[in-house]
Design a protein. Structure first.
Length: 254
């Protein structure tokens, strides 16, 4: 989305505040013994308090207010009363919503409680890749070049990237142009980030896999070679300098 006036900027700030607060609160609310459905209902109630509508539910008929993926699930995990969180689980929560005609998207992976299974290094790598990517984004920069930065940093840290998931434009809809802000360089992609546009930048950093494969439920994705994947995502406003991180309040880097 291109931001053309103060009203549009304010609209994006408000919806971004809603999804950021919801993500942060859900992360703090999560605890061992809780079902992912219970956590999702909690998140849905927070979005409702803001007057916001769940984007995946509204746009795609997703069976939940938020996507909650656990352990080997890469993304789009369906909240379930039968999926019980445990100490040391690798959990990803992705929250996106619409408010007054504006849309925003954010997400983050974290270890629940004690790091019993050694997931924290992957979580930290994902955070670091996102931070480094954002340092390179400004108007006029090639999207492919930022993808190269992300993959290079991931490999330097000993990890891979998922090649068929990507960040995207966001603002007047959940997914809009540019649609493929990948975690690696596609040399044929000549698109550039444009000043005063809003985009969702997200990592997909993997221990073993490079492709996300859809499961029989039609939603949940897992890696083609197993292992684990971490995702961290901010909605940003592209400027001539450092981007404005509209979802900064989610504190996913904390």
């Amino acid at each position: 989305m291109s931001i053309n006036n103060e009203a549009e900027l304010l609209g994006m700030q408000k919806v971004s505040e809603a999804v950021a607060f919801t993500l942060k609160a859900m992360r703090k609310h999560a605890r061992p013994g809780m079902s992912t459905l219970e956590l999702d209902v909690f998140g849905g109630s927070l979005l409702k308090q803001f007057g916001a509508k769940s984007a995946p539910f509204t746009t795609y008929g997703f069976p939940g207010f938020t996507c909650i993926s656990v352990n080997h699930e890469v993304a789009h995990g369906i909240p379930s009363n039968h999926k019980i969180l445990k100490e040391g689980d690798l959990v990803n929560i992705d929250v996106s919503a619409e408010l007054n005609g504006f849309w925003s998207d954010n997400g983050g992976s974290f270890v629940l409680g004690k790091d019993r299974f050694g997931h924290q290094s992957l979580v930290d790598a994902s955070k670091q890749v996102l931070q480094k990517a954002l340092l390179h984004i400004k108007g006029g920069v090639k999207i492919a070049d930022v993808g190269h930065v992300m993959e290079t940093e991931a490999r330097r840290l000993g990890y891979k990237v998922i090649e068929n998931l990507a960040g995207h434009g966001v603002g007047r809809s959940l997914h809009e142009a540019p649609e493929n802000i990948l975690n690696y360089r596609v040399r044929s992609n000549k698109q550039r980030f444009k000043k005063n546009t809003t985009v969702a930048i997200e990592t997909f950093i993997a221990s073993h896999s490079t492709i996300a494969v859809e499961q029989n439920d039609g939603w949940t994705l897992v890696g083609n070679n197993g292992g684990f994947v971490c995702q961290h995502e901010h909605t940003i406003l592209v400027t001539d300098n450092a981007p404005e991180i509209l979802t900064r309040a989610n504190e996913i880097w904390s």
